[in-house]
Design a binder for this molecule. Structure first.
Ligand SMILES: Cc1cc2nc3c(=O)[nH]c(=O)nc-3n(C[C@H](O)[C@H](O)[C@H](O)COP(=O)(O)O)c2cc1C
Length: 328
């Protein structure tokens, strides 16, 4: 029987499938079920900066918002006994740590480096095994340079690293000018994992009602090509572990991501569509494939088809359809 365990961010996972941050990782009951169905770890739904700041605005309306920057704000906040977003989040971590064995990765959504270090510390103190920083910045200021935008990522990481000792990963988009350089620099900060790539809310247009509406929330199976390319390109170039997310819907795609060099995959849409039992189905597919190819562990196959190991490394760098591909 092949061994499906893997190591991710220094955590030992019983399987390479992580339940990605979503509405399915927001309650103890669901997390218990995810563990029962084979998940190797769970990333809790992100704690959103906007939600906390709104709570704090409500509860501390006498304080100026600038004061969020200072430790005494947290002291004030800790003394303030209210049922709110942060309190509930910390409670969920504590309950999970009492009732499930798989690692619990807390997730925070940051857009500035100011507020997060203190919240990150609270999550660590509540027992989170690791911390995922969901960093999503949509630059819309034409005066801001790409260096200025990228600097924010590094400031957030540095500020959080200063406060916590648990492993930190970052979950990002692919929207960088030189992704290879940025990922290399991000890995050099000492983060233990990088999750490629987050899939965000997208707007769509309702042509009947002239309205801006939400695009479909769930991914399609063919969306995995982008993370696959970048995991293959980066997995042997950087030290930290990579987790693949977006479009991993079945066992075959899980296998591809591991061959490209991912240590784990993070799935959400396929769980919404197919239920938690689908995790075990995907793991069964992985097991039979490993048996048929004579692999006894994930380590033996991981990264076998990364860009540096593949016999066709240029395949990962090709972006144009050549003339003969375009012919009918
Ligand atoms: C309903 C829903 C809620 C999500 N909430 C979060 C979140 O709180 N934080 C986060 O980092 N990603 C969030 N995601 C993104 C997922 O974690 C995942 O990375 C993304 O959906 C791509 O994986 P998939 O193709 O398996 O869905 C959410 C996705 C969905 C569908």
């Amino acid at each position: 029987m092949p061994d499906l365990s893997t190591s991710y961010m220094g955590l030992k996972l019983k399987s390479p499938i992580i339940a990605a941050a979503s509405g399915l990782t927001n309650s103890l009951e669901d997390i218990i079920e995810l563990e029962k169905n084979g998940a190797g770890a769970v990333v809790l739904k992100s704690l959103f900066e906007e939600e906390i700041v709104t709570d704090m605005d409500r509860d501390m309306n006498k304080m100026h918002s600038e004061s969020y920057l200072y430790p005494e704000t947290m002291e004030f906040y800790e003394d303030y006994d209210v049922e709110d977003t942060l309190t509930n989040y910390l409670k969920l971590i504590t309950e999970c740590k009492q009732q499930v064995k798989i690692p619990i990765i807390a997730s925070i959504h940051c857009v500035t480096s100011h507020n997060w270090p203190y919240f990150a510390k609270s999550l660590e103190d509540a027992g989170a095994d690791a911390l995922e920083l969901n960093i999503a910045i949509l630059p819309d200021d034409p005066q801001q340079t790409s260096e200025e935008v990228e600097k924010i990522y590094f400031e957030i990481i540095k500020a959080v690293q200063h406060e916590v000792t648990i492993p930190i990963s970052i979950k990002i988009s692919s929207y960088f000018t030189n992704l290879t350089a940025t990922l290399t620099r991000l890995a050099d900060t000492g983060v233990k994992g990088i999750v490629l790539f987050n899939r965000f809310y997208s707007p769509d247009i309702d042509i009947e009602n002239f309205d801006v509406v939400s695009a479909p929330k769930l991914s399609l199976p063919n969306e995995y090509f982008l993370p696959l390319r970048w995991i293959a390109i980066m997995s042997h170039r950087i030290e930290c572990d990579l987790a693949a997310t977006t479009g991993v819907h079945d066992g075959a795609t899980l296998i591809k991501m591991l061959l490209a060099g991912a240590s784990s995959v993070q799935i959400a849409s396929t769980l919404y569509k197919n239920g938690f039992a689908h995790i075990n189905g995907m793991l069964d597919e992985l097991k039979s494939w490993m048996t048929s190819k004579d692999f006894s562990s994930i380590d033996q196959m991981k990264g076998m088809l990364s860009q540096s190991k593949s016999i066709q490394p240029a395949g990962y760098l090709r972006i144009q359809f050549m003339k003969h591909f375009a012919e009918k």
